[in-house]
Design a binder for this molecule. Structure first.
Ligand code: NDP
Length: 315
C-alpha cells in the first residue's frame, strides 16, 4: 500500500506553473482494495452455502434515503450480496416499528441491517435502533454496538464512516500511534466512535465541537485533523499547517449548489499536506465499508452457528 510520503503530488496537473503542494488522498483505491477482498469473502461464504443478506429498513418516503437505498442495492447485487427492503409504514406505532426490528434480529436469513433515518417523526428513533442486536448492526447505530466500540468488549461494529476514516489512514500508511489527532465534530456517527478507534491505536485524541474556543489553534498543531461538522468549506488555511494529514468527512453543498466538504480545498492548495477530497474521498470508502460489514456479520453468524453445532455434538 502506498505510503503518503511516496505518493505523487495530487496537484501535479498539466499546469506545472501553478504549484499545488497539497496531495489528495483519493478514496477510490481504498474502496477497490476493500471491495476485492469482500468479493473473495462472499465467494467463500457461497461455497459454504451462505448468501450474505442486507436488510434495509426505511420509512420509505424520504427521497435522499431512497437514492441511497438504490445505490446500496446495486452495489450489493454486484458483489453477490442479497438485499431485502423493509418499510416501516407512516402510521406504524412505536411497538410495531420495534417489532419490525425484532423480526430482523430473529431472521436467520438476514446477515445485517441498516436502518435509514429519518424514520417517521412520531417514532422514538433511538429506541427503534436500540432494538437491533449488535450481531446484525451494519452501521454501529445501536447502543450495544457503540458500547462495544467504546469499551473494546463484546461484539459490535463501528459506524461505517468512522471505520472509513481508519481505512484511509491505514491504506496511505499514516500511523497515528503517539500522534496528536484533532477531530472536529462529536456525533455518535463520526467523531465520538472515531476518537475511540484512534485511541485504541494509541493516538492522542482531542475532540472539538461547537463550544470549543480554540479549534483553529488546536487543528493547526495536530498531526492529523478530521473535519466532521457539516459546514461547507468552513476550514480554511488558518486551520492547517505543513505535514498534516486531513480527513474531510463533510458532505455539503456550497452556495453554487456544488458538492463540497468541510475543508476549503482551494485555500489549502499551497500547504504541503495530504487531504481527502470531496467528492472522491471518505464517502467512496464508506459505501465499501458498509458492504464489508455485511460480510463480516455473515461470517460472525456462521462461526457462531458452527460453534453451537459443535457444542451440541459434543454434549
Ligand atoms: P452532526 O450534525 O451530527 O454533528 C456535527 C458536529 O459538528 C457536532 O458535534 C457539532 O458540535 C460540530 N460543530 C458544528 N459547528 C461547529 C463549529 N463551528 N466548530 C466546531 N464544531 C462544530 O453531523 P454528522 O457527524 O452526522 O456529520 C458531519 C458531516 O459528515 C456532515 O457533513 C455529514 O453529511 C457528513 N457525513 C459524511 C459521511 C460520509 O460517508 N462521508 C457519513 C456521515 C456523515 P456540537 O456537538 O457542539 O453541536
Amino acid at each position: 500500500m502506498p505510503e503518503i510520503s511516496s505518493q505523487k503530488s495530487a496537484g501535479s496537473h498539466s499546469d506545472a506553473q501553478k504549484k499545488s503542494c497539497a496531495r489528495k488522498l483519493y478514496g477510490k483505491p481504498v474502496a477497490q482494495e476493500l471491495l476485492s477482498d469482500v468479493a473473495a469473502r462472499v465467494r467463500r461464504l457461497a461455497a459454504d452455502g451462505v448468501t450474505p443478506c442486507l436488510a434495509i429498513v426505511s420509512a420509505g418516503e424520504d427521497g435522499a434515503s431512497s437514492t441511497y437505498e438504490g445505490s446500496l442495492i446495486r452495489r450489493s447485487d454486484a458483489l453477490g450480496i442479497a438485499t431485502r427492503q423493509i418499510k416501516i409504514p407512516h402510521a406504524a406505532t412505536q411497538q410495531q416499528a420495534e417489532q419490525t426490528i425484532a423480526r430482523v434480529n430473529s431472521d436467520p436469513t438476514i446477515s445485517g441491517c441498516l436502518i435509514l433515518r429519518p424514520l417517521d417523526a412520531s417514532l422514538d428513533e433511538n429506541a427503534v435502533c436500540d432494538v437491533l442486536e449488535s450481531k446484525k448492526d451494519v452501521d454501529g447505530i445501536s447502543a450495544a454496538s457503540l458500547a462495544s466500540v467504546f469499551s473494546g468488549r463484546g461484539f459490535g461494529l463501528p459506524p461505517c464512516t468512522a471505520e472509513a476514516c481508519v481505512r484511509v489512514l491505514d491504506y496511505y500508511g499514516v500511523d497515528v500511534r503517539g500522534k496528536h489527532v484533532v477531530i472536529v465534530g462529536r456525533s455518535l456517527t463520526v467523531g465520538r466512535p472515531l476518537s475511540m478507534m484512534l485511541l485504541a491505536r494509541n493516538a492522542t485524541v482531542t475532540i472539538c465541537h461547537s463550544k470549543t474556543e480554540n479549534t483553529e489553534e488546536l487543528c493547526r498543531h495536530a498531526d492529523v485533523v478530521v473535519c466532521a461538522t457539516g459546514r461547507a468549506k468552513a476550514f480554511g488555511k488558518a486551520f492547517f499547517s505543513p505535514g498534516q494529514t486531513i480527513l474531510d468527512v463533510g458532505i455539503n453543498f456550497d452556495d453554487a449548489g456544488k458538492l463540497c466538504g468541510d475543508v476549503n480545498a482551494a485555500e489549502i492548495e499551497d500547504i504541503p499536506c495530504a487531504y481527502t477530497p470531496v467528492p472522491g474521498g471518505i464517502g467512496a470508502v464508506t459505501t465499501a465499508v458498509t458492504m464489508e460489514h455485511v460480510v463480516r456479520l455473515a461470517e460472525y453468524q456462521k462461526e457462531r452457528q458452527r460453534k453451537s453445532e459443535k457444542k451440541q455434538a459434543d454434549e
